[in-house]
Design a protein around this ligand. Structure first.
Ligand SMILES: [Zn+2]
Length: 340
């Protein structure tokens, strides 16, 4: 059975030349607003023919590097500089971003677990459906800007997934490297089925995934990496003129081949990580201690690395519960071009 058209309408004309700032409007009817709408800000910059790049932030509402960089880009990008079309959505999950939370306060929806979406679902599924059926088909390249949010801190990297279409995988991997973050990654997802990434890749489009920091804030260094990365991607795919700027140090390539990369807590208590982001670790090394906060005099539980690698992500808050990811250890590799 075919789905009904999306209830979302755009106040911008995606085919018009020049720059427009407007909204994707999703009708809602609530106690606070009987005939209301969720207003998702969007900017379209178009100049002649060329590819379309869709730049998205705020897929999770508390990941501020991408949100901030895209709000800045919407203020500064001018049509004369663009070859083709750049569509900027700084806060895909606007209700979550407005609340400063990962998921939506309207329906508890985690947008990046709601794809391909449903026009008859909750607000979050309706947003996902609009991107799947309207925004992605008009795009050639999608750059989705994530970070760790309030509960994780992640090394800045551009990433591509292992895909059945090797040409599509190669093009995404080249884009992930061209993003020019200090790290580039071939990514293993714990659960890929409902990701935005998969909704884009299954339409044959180029998807660049990123993680750009976290902790629920930004730093000048990470903002610089994010802004430079967006500009590098636009240059790489021919939408902007200019030279790609790479980091001073050679890019480090990392691979996350399987689930053993993720260290999850089996205890509740106070977390002390004994290594920092970017530190190298060997299998068997202690990486964290978790202390029982209900008493003094109890020895902490020691967590050890199950593999050699590099600490690419860590839990940000010091309080930890059972099941929380406390560390992610990725494998350092010479090249990302292997055929797997
Ligand atoms: Zn995210």
């Amino acid at each position: 059975m075919s789905k009904r058209p999306s209830p979302i309408s755009a106040t911008v004309d995606f085919d018009a030349e020049g720059i427009q700032h407007g909204f994707l409007k999703l009708p809602i009817s609530t106690n606070e607003s009987a005939w209301g709408a969720v207003m998702i800000p969007v900017t379209v910059v178009k100049n002649g023919s060329g590819p379309t790049a869709l730049l998205t932030g705020g897929n999770h509402g508390d990941e501020y590097e991408g949100i901030t960089a895209l709000l800045k880009l919407a203020n500064t990008l001018t049509p004369e500089r663009v070859h083709g079309r750049v569509i900027i959505v700084p806060m895909m999950n606007t209700p979550a971003a407005m609340a400063g939370t990962r998921t939506s306060p309207m329906d508890d929806g985690n947008l990046n677990r709601s794809f391909p979406g449903d026009p008859d679902g909750g607000v979050t599924e309706q947003i996902a459906d609009y991107f799947t059926r309207v925004m992605v088909p008009m795009s050639d390249i999608v750059v989705d800007l994530h970070s760790g949010g309030r509960t994780l801190d992640i090394l800045p990297f551009g990433a591509a997934h292992v895909l059945p279409d090797k040409d599509q995988q190669r093009q995404a991997l080249e884009g992930a490297k061209a993003f020019g973050a200090p790290y580039a990654m071939k990514m293993f997802e714990l659960d890929a089925a409902r990701l935005f990434d998969t909704a884009v890749e299954s339409q044959g489009k180029i998807f660049i995934a990123t993680e750009l920091g976290g902790g629920g804030s930004t730093t000048p260094e990470r903002m610089a990496i994010t802004e430079r990365g967006i500009s590098n991607c636009l240059i790489h795919y021919g939408l902007l003129d200019g030279e790609i700027e790479l980091p001073d140090e050679p890019q480090v390539y990392v691979d996350m081949p399987d689930a053993s990369c993720y260290v999850q807590s089996e205890h509740t208590g106070l977390l002390e990580l004994t290594l920092g982001l970017g530190d190298r670790v060997r299998q068997g090394d202690a990486i964290a201690r978790i202390y029982d906060m209900t008493r003094t005099g109890a020895s902490p539980v020691i967590y050890r690395a199950e593999r050699d690698g590099l600490l690419v992500a860590r839990r940000f808050p010091s309080l930890v519960n059972m099941g929380d990811t406390i560390a992610v250890i990725a494998e350092v590799v010479e090249s990302l071009d292997g055929d797997q």
